[in-house]
Design a protein around this ligand. Sequence first.
Ligand SMILES: [Zn+2]
Length: 487
Amino acid sequence: MAVFLTAKLKVHNPSRRKRAILDAALEEYTRAYAYLLGWARQNLALLEERGRYKGRFTEKAIRAALPPSSDMKHVRLHSSARDSLLIDVAGALCSYFQLREKDPTTAFPTCRDPRPETYPDALKAFAAVTDDEREYNERRDRLLKVARGSVMPMFFCRPDAVPRHRNFSLLRDPARGTYYALLYLLPGDGADGRLTGAGNLVRMGWPQGTDPARETHRFRSRAGGALLLPLAFGKWHEREFLDRCIAGEANVRSAFLSRRDREGDDADYFIHVSFELHPDPVEPKTVLGVDRGLANLIALTVIDFEGRVIHQELHPGDDLFDFQKYVFTLYRDRQRRGKAIAGQRMVAKRNEEVCHRLANVIVSVAERYRSQVVLEWLSGFKERKKDFGRLKRAPLQRIQQILEYKLPLRGLPRPQYVGAAFTSKECPKCGYGRDVRGREVNRPSQDRFLCGQCGYETHADLNGSHNIARRFLARRLQGPRATLPTA
Ligand SMILES: [Zn+2]
């Protein structure tokens, strides 16, 4: 099974000349993107007619109906970048057509606007008085759109694996342990912009069967159409992506170039490289239930397919709760005094750290016991007032997102979800308290679970995770209307 993952690598200290080339390419790409979308809007009927293959809209069929790459000679981009642009736009149109079949109100894809004067204009228009609600909404959408950033991320559809001096390459200097992206951005692929043999750079992610060590390349930095950019990366990126790529476990697939505008400062540039991995699939032998606890941050219970408990653990979240409480009080005080709320970045960073730490705990337990991970189904449930102090939904959703890619990376199945109503109040031994609304008899105190029928006693949070695992097991054994096994 193939797993696709994207690494976001920052372009390290680009020179002014390189910035100018990156900006020119990104802005030209955005203008061409807008042009194609405009063309598509005027030729919707034609695209709808020709954009299907065997009754379904496909990116390829839509791309064939768009103006050909050769018609876009006026677009000042490398020919391979024009090809990628067509794939990018056709992909956006394809998902638009597919969504619109289900929901006729689906909005037509939008494009950012590279002209720097648009934001003040949009702001002025938004501030002007109107009594037309539709016009007001349009102005607001326009403002939000231009506020998001001024250029579209630039797509590179494939790596230059068989060197043809097109698209992009991820390169490595083995002697220094540094990485580079080579991007073909602007027109012209004269000899200047080419890699030549016998240098210090090795291409990453060759098609299988080719030995990357056999050829190294030297790049002349005075390029016509190509740009060599050193990349900054952290230990995590190196371990998860780059090392695996060198070991031949991961292949380079496609990339995006993006720009993050910063007020009063130089912009940051990022290369988002998509890797394809083929981890050995692990056949699950146990079920790992994960619950967000009241007294603890997360509770884990591993049960085997007979329902026997194999392992349980709790992760206290005192530090996170203290921190959330601190932030809560800080915000409240500042709001009372009418001050702006600062420090959101710090809060976000801290939350992100905790989420990754907890997701790693779950992944390592799942690996140790070869588990199918089961989580509570969050959508449809509103946060209740009395849940204050409980792990909030947002971090839990973040943990789920992380698990959605980290588990497949280890060859484990993606997480499964069960409804979690009353899981903390149900007895896993005798089934007492099942689906009884508001029944508190099984919970003598915050962190104890005591069965009113059979006397089974345990930690309340562990009980919740135990029941989540049992619910999944029951569904797996008997289908969606199953009754729960007791053990
Ligand atoms: Zn019981």
